[in-house]
Design a protein around this ligand. Structure first.
Ligand code: BDR
Ligand code: CA
Length: 316
């Protein structure tokens, strides 16, 4: 099977960590590069976490390139430590990686990979979109070579999860999201519409926890996220936003998408960071975005749990 080259642009983050492990568990894709960005916690910590998660899975060979420390225009000092833990991985301290970061800035590493790859590259962007906006601005020819850009971010019908209007990744850098969503790239928007119903239950977590030490570590990382979900939303599981986006990156067509015009609110009122998705009609505009509007959440969760079980078993 030809494996699709994959880049993950990420801010680990608990669901980011799960998304990285899911990619490593999936033979359809070849994870060639991880780029880090500010977001759930500070950049130095998201970078350290990315290195450690790759090492956990025995893949410290995957290059990690450091990206943007802050948003494009307006710094957003508020992070998500209350959800992901102060250090981003739910209070779990994973062993340090022997690998150093790639010497190139993330945008340069991304551009190099896009320009040198014989196959179209899928980019999964599961943090604030600062690095991708910089790529579009600094290396437009490289950006135009992206095969698919799968973005976890935004919301068409569900309002926000940080404010009444805004989803976290878009809210953390609305100007960057505006650049990316109007760039005319082959973008799939995996927003709260499809992620919120996709809940990984305690029973699912227990299945991969039992499959080997790496599964047990992943379950430990998820524990704080589960506590937060249970106390804040009364759910019996965790919303696996970023892992769902990775599933669409790994198996295109997992989600039902409709081409829509998407505008990001970059104003400074109550709507800042909202993705305004025009759902009146299917868009024929060259800058339309494929917005995920339908999901089989049970199938997506089963896919994630099965892959995590397989990864944990293979590493035990
Ligand atoms: C997004 O925000 C972050 O906290 C998660 O990692 C995910 O990427 C969900 O809104
Ligand atoms: Ca994330």
């Amino acid at each position: 099977m030809a494996r699709t080259p994959l880049v993950i642009d990420t801010d680990p983050g608990i669901d980011d960590a799960l998304a990285l492990l899911l990619a490593l568990a999936s033979p359809e894709v070849d994870l060639r590069l991880v780029t880090t960005v500010h977001g759930n916690v500070e950049l130095a910590q998201t970078t350290e976490n990315a290195l450690r998660v790759l090492h956990l899975a025995g893949r410290s060979d995957v290059p990690v390139a450091v990206g943007a420390r802050s948003s494009l225009v307006h710094p957003q000092p508020e992070r998500a430590g209350h959800v992901h833990g102060a250090a981003g991985l739910g209070g779990v301290v994973l062993p340090p990686s022997p690998a150093a970061v790639d010497p190139r800035p993330a945008v340069t590493a991304l551009a190099d990979l896009l320009e040198s790859s014989a196959e179209p590259v899928t980019v999964a962007a599961i943090g604030p979109l600062t690095n991708i906006a910089l790529l579009v601005s600094v290396y437009p020819d490289a950006a135009a070579r992206i095969g698919r850009l799968v973005v976890m971010g935004g919301s068409a019908t569900r309002g926000g999860n940080v404010t009444g209007a805004a989803e976290f990744n878009v809210w953390a850098d609305p100007e960057a999201a505006a650049v990316v969503f109007r760039a005319g790239l082959p973008t799939v928007m995996v927003g709260l519409d499809v992620t919120l119903p996709t809940v990984l239950t305690e029973a699912g977590i227990a299945r991969f926890a039992a499959a080997g030490p790496v599964g047990a570590q992943a379950a430990a990382v998820l524990a704080q996220y589960l506590d937060h979900a249970t106390s804040s939303y009364g759910t019996d599981g965790v919303v696996v936003h970023d892992a769902l986006a990775l599933t669409e990156a790994i198996v295109p067509g997992t989600l039902d998408v409709v081409r829509r015009d998407v505008v990001v609110d970059t104003g400074h009122g109550a709507g800042r960071g909202q993705t305004l998705v025009d759902r009146r009609a299917v868009s024929t505009s060259p800058t339309a975005v494929a917005v995920a509007e339908g999901v089989d959440s049970a199938a997506a969760v089963e896919f994630l749990v099965t892959r995590m079980e397989r990864l944990a078993a293979s590493l035990s």
